[in-house]
Write a protein that binds this ligand. Structure first.
Ligand SMILES: O=C(O)[C@@H](O)C(=O)COP(=O)(O)O
Ligand code: ZN
Length: 215
């Protein structure tokens, strides 16, 4: 990847990070973003950085072995991101947020750990699909990487219990769109709790997945 292209990716991470932060989709220094580079390395947001105020020049650049090449120390969830990339060669970017409604769902008793939010809308089925719950781990725990590794081959998004969503996409724009859709559907799910809403049938979901493959 040329330096020009890498700089474009740095700008895009900063731009979309600010957009997510400005809309209240993650707060303080929570959340992290990564993009896979053509040589197998990554750009990742630095640990303790606010997604709303990223400096493109200080974004962490990791080599294909996960070693820091330049920039600030990477997110403490770098194991989580690399585990997900290992299982998803088709994915080019990952977004993790503490988006309020998604976090709320991740704390609920009685949700289906194999699929935390039912397919309420077509767009959710297209962008997110089945959302498994990853058991609680302390943030930055390497075991979180192992837990996600077991699920990421089949799922482009997972929900960390009492923590928040981690969403992969073919590129950063796609990962951000899917994360936004997950948050909006988590809000709908909470609004509709107790109402027994009609959900899409398995046949309707299968048709959407055939017509609009994610990545
Ligand atoms: O919840 C956490 O601590 C992390 O998952 C997080 O969102 C922010 O951590 P850093 O990316 O290390 O700043
Ligand atoms: Zn987090």
């Amino acid at each position: 990847m040329s330096i020009h292209e890498q700089n474009r990716q740095r700008e895009q991470i900063s731009l979309l990070g600010k957009s997510l932060f400005d809309r209240g989709l993650t707060m303080g220094s929570s959340g992290n973003i990564s993009v896979r580079l053509e040589d197998g390395g990554w750009l990742m947001t630095p640990t303790n950085a606010c997604l709303g105020r990223l400096d493109p020049a200080r974004i962490s650049h990791l080599d294909p072995h996960g070693r820091l090449v330049s920039g600030d120390a990477p997110t403490k969830e770098h194991f989580l991101h690399t585990a997900m990339y290992d299982e998803r060669p088709q994915s080019g970017a990952i977004v993790h947020l503490h988006s309020t409604h998604s976090v709320a769902v991740s704390c609920l008793p009685g949700i289906d750990p194999c699929d935390c939010i039912p397919p309420i809308t077509a767009y959710y089925a297209m962008r997110v699909g089945k959302l498994p719950l990853v058991p609680y781990h302390i943030p930055g725990d390497k075991a979180l990487g192992d837990a996600v590794r077991g699920l990421a081959g089949k799922h482009s998004a997972v929900l960390l219990a009492n923590h928040g969503p981690v969403v992969a996409g073919k590129n950063l724009e796609a990962a951000v769109y899917a994360t936004e859709e997950l948050e909006e559907t988590a809000k709908l799910f909470l609004l509709l709790r107790g109402e027994s809403p009609r959900t899409l049938t398995p046949e309707q979901v299968a048709e959407l997945e055939a017509r609009f493959p994610r990545d």
